[in-house]
Design a protein around this ligand. Structure first.
Ligand code: URA
Length: 209
Protein backbone atom coordinates (compact mmCIF):
# COMPACT_ATOMS: atom_id res chain seq x y z
CA UNK A 1 0.00 0.00 0.00
CA UNK A 2 1.23 3.51 -0.79
CA UNK A 3 0.79 4.93 2.69
CA UNK A 4 1.65 8.49 1.69
CA UNK A 5 -0.99 8.48 -1.04
CA UNK A 6 -3.57 6.89 1.28
CA UNK A 7 -2.89 9.48 3.99
CA UNK A 8 -3.11 12.31 1.45
CA UNK A 9 -6.45 10.96 0.31
CA UNK A 10 -7.71 10.79 3.89
CA UNK A 11 -6.50 14.32 4.60
CA UNK A 12 -8.31 15.66 1.52
CA UNK A 13 -11.45 13.84 2.52
CA UNK A 14 -11.29 15.39 5.99
CA UNK A 15 -10.64 18.83 4.58
CA UNK A 16 -13.82 18.53 2.51
CA UNK A 17 -16.03 17.03 5.23
CA UNK A 18 -18.30 19.92 6.20
CA UNK A 19 -20.07 17.81 8.82
CA UNK A 20 -17.01 17.78 11.09
CA UNK A 21 -17.26 20.07 14.11
CA UNK A 22 -14.81 23.00 14.64
CA UNK A 23 -13.84 25.27 11.77
CA UNK A 24 -10.20 26.07 12.59
CA UNK A 25 -7.28 24.80 10.48
CA UNK A 26 -6.95 21.07 9.88
CA UNK A 27 -3.92 19.68 11.70
CA UNK A 28 -3.75 16.22 10.17
CA UNK A 29 -0.48 14.93 11.66
CA UNK A 30 3.11 14.50 10.53
CA UNK A 31 5.97 12.05 10.51
CA UNK A 32 6.91 8.78 8.92
CA UNK A 33 3.92 6.72 7.73
CA UNK A 34 6.17 3.64 8.06
CA UNK A 35 6.89 4.42 11.72
CA UNK A 36 6.85 1.88 14.52
CA UNK A 37 5.53 4.36 17.09
CA UNK A 38 2.46 6.55 16.68
CA UNK A 39 1.82 9.33 19.25
CA UNK A 40 -1.76 10.55 19.60
CA UNK A 41 -2.69 13.71 21.52
CA UNK A 42 -6.05 15.35 22.18
CA UNK A 43 -6.47 18.32 19.88
CA UNK A 44 -4.35 21.12 18.44
CA UNK A 45 -3.79 24.29 20.47
CA UNK A 46 -3.08 27.87 19.35
CA UNK A 47 0.41 27.23 17.96
CA UNK A 48 -0.61 24.02 16.22
CA UNK A 49 -3.53 25.81 14.56
CA UNK A 50 -1.21 28.60 13.38
CA UNK A 51 1.41 26.22 11.98
CA UNK A 52 -0.98 23.39 10.95
CA UNK A 53 1.43 20.99 12.68
CA UNK A 54 0.79 18.88 15.78
CA UNK A 55 2.64 19.45 19.05
CA UNK A 56 4.70 22.52 18.20
CA UNK A 57 3.95 24.56 21.37
CA UNK A 58 5.49 24.12 24.84
CA UNK A 59 3.99 20.66 25.43
CA UNK A 60 5.10 19.66 21.96
CA UNK A 61 8.66 20.77 22.64
CA UNK A 62 8.73 18.49 25.68
CA UNK A 63 7.35 15.59 23.66
CA UNK A 64 9.84 16.14 20.85
CA UNK A 65 12.78 16.50 23.25
CA UNK A 66 11.90 13.16 24.85
CA UNK A 67 11.75 11.52 21.42
CA UNK A 68 15.21 12.88 20.56
CA UNK A 69 16.58 11.90 23.97
CA UNK A 70 15.88 8.26 23.08
CA UNK A 71 18.28 8.72 20.17
CA UNK A 72 15.35 8.71 17.74
CA UNK A 73 14.58 11.27 15.08
CA UNK A 74 11.30 13.16 15.21
CA UNK A 75 10.78 12.28 11.55
CA UNK A 76 10.98 8.54 12.34
CA UNK A 77 7.77 8.56 14.39
CA UNK A 78 4.30 9.84 13.54
CA UNK A 79 2.47 12.44 15.64
CA UNK A 80 -1.22 13.29 15.45
CA UNK A 81 -4.35 14.03 17.54
CA UNK A 82 -7.81 12.54 17.92
CA UNK A 83 -9.56 15.83 17.22
CA UNK A 84 -7.77 17.49 14.34
CA UNK A 85 -8.98 21.07 14.71
CA UNK A 86 -8.45 23.44 17.63
CA UNK A 87 -11.34 23.75 20.11
CA UNK A 88 -12.08 27.38 21.10
CA UNK A 89 -9.95 28.74 23.98
CA UNK A 90 -8.05 25.43 24.01
CA UNK A 91 -10.85 23.81 25.99
CA UNK A 92 -11.01 20.02 26.31
CA UNK A 93 -12.52 18.31 23.28
CA UNK A 94 -16.24 17.55 23.73
CA UNK A 95 -17.48 13.95 23.55
CA UNK A 96 -19.32 14.67 20.29
CA UNK A 97 -16.19 16.20 18.76
CA UNK A 98 -14.20 13.09 19.64
CA UNK A 99 -17.02 10.92 18.26
CA UNK A 100 -17.06 12.80 14.95
CA UNK A 101 -13.29 12.68 14.44
CA UNK A 102 -12.92 9.05 15.53
CA UNK A 103 -13.57 7.35 12.16
CA UNK A 104 -10.80 9.41 10.58
CA UNK A 105 -8.35 8.51 13.34
CA UNK A 106 -9.29 4.84 12.95
CA UNK A 107 -8.46 5.00 9.24
CA UNK A 108 -5.23 6.87 9.90
CA UNK A 109 -4.15 4.13 12.34
CA UNK A 110 -5.12 1.43 9.86
CA UNK A 111 -2.99 3.01 7.13
CA UNK A 112 0.04 3.65 9.35
CA UNK A 113 -0.26 0.29 11.16
CA UNK A 114 2.28 1.15 13.88
CA UNK A 115 3.82 -1.39 16.25
CA UNK A 116 2.91 0.69 19.30
CA UNK A 117 0.44 3.49 19.85
CA UNK A 118 1.21 6.02 22.56
CA UNK A 119 -1.92 7.89 23.62
CA UNK A 120 -0.97 11.15 25.34
CA UNK A 121 -3.40 12.02 28.14
CA UNK A 122 -6.72 10.62 29.18
CA UNK A 123 -8.88 11.59 26.21
CA UNK A 124 -6.64 9.78 23.80
CA UNK A 125 -6.10 6.86 26.20
CA UNK A 126 -9.85 6.43 26.72
CA UNK A 127 -10.37 6.15 22.97
CA UNK A 128 -8.52 2.81 23.18
CA UNK A 129 -9.08 1.86 26.82
CA UNK A 130 -12.40 3.38 27.87
CA UNK A 131 -12.17 2.30 31.50
CA UNK A 132 -8.51 3.02 32.14
CA UNK A 133 -7.42 5.79 34.51
CA UNK A 134 -4.48 7.88 33.37
CA UNK A 135 -2.47 8.14 36.60
CA UNK A 136 -3.05 4.48 37.43
CA UNK A 137 -2.54 3.02 33.97
CA UNK A 138 -0.01 5.28 32.25
CA UNK A 139 3.23 3.40 31.67
CA UNK A 140 1.54 0.00 31.29
CA UNK A 141 1.58 -1.79 27.99
CA UNK A 142 -1.83 -3.03 26.86
CA UNK A 143 -2.98 -5.15 23.99
CA UNK A 144 -6.31 -4.13 22.54
CA UNK A 145 -7.77 -5.82 19.46
CA UNK A 146 -4.30 -6.54 18.12
CA UNK A 147 -2.98 -3.04 18.81
CA UNK A 148 -0.33 -2.41 21.44
CA UNK A 149 -0.98 0.65 23.54
CA UNK A 150 1.36 2.37 25.98
CA UNK A 151 -0.51 5.31 27.52
CA UNK A 152 1.44 8.27 28.86
CA UNK A 153 0.58 11.48 30.67
CA UNK A 154 -0.10 14.39 28.37
CA UNK A 155 3.11 16.45 28.08
CA UNK A 156 1.11 19.57 29.10
CA UNK A 157 0.32 17.80 32.39
CA UNK A 158 4.01 16.90 32.73
CA UNK A 159 4.84 20.62 32.54
CA UNK A 160 2.72 21.33 35.63
CA UNK A 161 4.95 19.74 38.26
CA UNK A 162 8.04 17.70 39.02
CA UNK A 163 6.17 14.54 39.95
CA UNK A 164 4.21 14.50 36.70
CA UNK A 165 7.33 15.33 34.71
CA UNK A 166 9.23 12.44 36.29
CA UNK A 167 6.33 10.11 35.55
CA UNK A 168 6.16 11.26 31.93
CA UNK A 169 9.91 10.97 31.37
CA UNK A 170 10.11 7.65 33.24
CA UNK A 171 7.47 6.12 30.98
CA UNK A 172 9.11 7.57 27.90
CA UNK A 173 12.31 5.71 28.73
CA UNK A 174 10.32 2.44 28.74
CA UNK A 175 9.30 2.92 25.13
CA UNK A 176 12.28 1.18 23.45
CA UNK A 177 11.89 -1.87 25.70
CA UNK A 178 8.16 -2.00 25.00
CA UNK A 179 8.88 -1.82 21.29
CA UNK A 180 11.39 -4.68 21.53
CA UNK A 181 8.82 -6.69 23.45
CA UNK A 182 6.10 -6.31 20.84
CA UNK A 183 8.42 -6.85 17.89
CA UNK A 184 10.39 -9.77 19.35
CA UNK A 185 7.46 -12.19 19.08
CA UNK A 186 8.08 -13.36 22.66
CA UNK A 187 4.92 -11.75 23.80
CA UNK A 188 2.65 -14.77 24.00
CA UNK A 189 4.59 -16.43 26.85
CA UNK A 190 4.74 -13.23 28.82
CA UNK A 191 1.17 -12.21 28.32
CA UNK A 192 -0.79 -12.15 31.50
CA UNK A 193 -4.21 -10.97 32.42
CA UNK A 194 -3.68 -9.08 35.62
CA UNK A 195 -5.78 -8.54 38.76
CA UNK A 196 -9.55 -9.01 38.90
CA UNK A 197 -9.79 -5.24 38.87
CA UNK A 198 -7.94 -5.21 35.57
CA UNK A 199 -10.04 -8.02 34.28
CA UNK A 200 -13.06 -5.83 34.81
CA UNK A 201 -11.45 -3.35 32.46
CA UNK A 202 -12.60 -5.73 29.69
CA UNK A 203 -11.46 -9.16 28.67
CA UNK A 204 -9.73 -7.67 25.69
CA UNK A 205 -7.48 -5.40 27.72
CA UNK A 206 -4.51 -7.32 28.97
CA UNK A 207 -1.57 -5.71 30.65
CA UNK A 208 1.76 -6.85 29.28
CA UNK A 209 4.06 -4.97 31.64
N1 URA B 1 -1.91 19.26 22.82
C1 URA B 1 -2.39 18.21 22.11
O1 URA B 1 -3.07 17.34 22.62
N2 URA B 1 -2.09 18.18 20.81
C2 URA B 1 -1.33 19.09 20.20
O2 URA B 1 -1.10 18.95 19.00
C3 URA B 1 -0.83 20.14 20.98
C4 URA B 1 -1.12 20.21 22.29
Amino acid sequence: MDKVAELDKLQNEMAGDKSLPLKTNLVFGEGNPDCEVLFIGEAPGFNEDQEKRPFVGRAGQLLRKNIRDLGWQERDVYITNIVKRRPPENRDPLPEEIENYKPYLARQIEIIAPKIIVPLGRFSMNYFLPLAKITRDQGKLFEMNGLFILPMLHPAAALRGTEALNMFEGTFKKLPAALTKVTSGKLEEEKEITTPEKLKLENVQSKLF
